[in-house]
Ligand binder design. Sequence first.
Ligand code: NAD
Length: 246
Amino acid sequence: MPDKRVALVTGAGRGIGAAIALTLAKDNADIAVVDYGEEAAAAETLAALTAAGAVARYYKCDVSDFAATKAVADAVVKDFGKIDILVNNAGVTADDLLMRMSEAAWDRVLGINLKGCFNMIKHVTPYMMRKRYGRIVSISSVVGLMGNAGQANYAASKAGIIGLTKSVAKEFGARNITANAVAPGFIKTAMTDALTEEQKQAMYKLIPLGALGETQDIANAVKFLVSDDARYITGVVLKVDGGMYI
Ligand code: NAD
């Protein structure tokens, strides 16, 4: 069996991040779970990762905090010896029409969703460069490609991730570090579960495959992009959206 890889997944306490972490754990990776909640909130995820045979550790960190993300990158390398895979998944929304959007709502969403990716990439890539190996996947959104009324801050942050990813792909390619983005469409989460049947039907009409995606669909895309099968793929935005963006 090849050496275990080490994956740092942000926002892995729950939702899509937890599915990504578990999928990578099943694919022979040890996992650094980075999230800003208390460790207890991620207890279920940590137990599942351990049950899947991974060494899993929790790091409490707000990804928008530059100094804190450096401390986490350093701690993960101290604990695990290396970071092979970085998945920037932590993200938030603070929706409002632009006319009503506060400066705080703009700064918070850009700070977590976009600067959070910069922070982690900035502090993890020095370690990847030394090993001449790295796989970076950042979770964007089809909203970053399409825009969305009521989500100017979120759409800007997710579009920013695409520019960041392409630039990182160009800067680090020579060091055998790839950088790609995954752009989910509507994914079945606690948020979409709360929609009424009528709202869901309206959403299905926008999606050629006629259904919401599962968190596993996103995890599968990430698993592919960090695999050897994707060794020649960098700077792409892989849409996992049931065709919504066609
Ligand atoms: P979620 O809210 O269920 O989970 C997000 C996780 O990120 C949580 O564990 C939260 O604690 C963590 N987090 C939030 N802010 C953080 C911070 N500052 N520092 C560290 N951790 C932080 O969300 P989700 O639906 O699983 O979404 C995951 C990612 O996928 C996000 O980037 C989101 O924008 C993106 N996305 C989701 C959908 C969807 O339909 N759910 C669609 C497109 C893109």
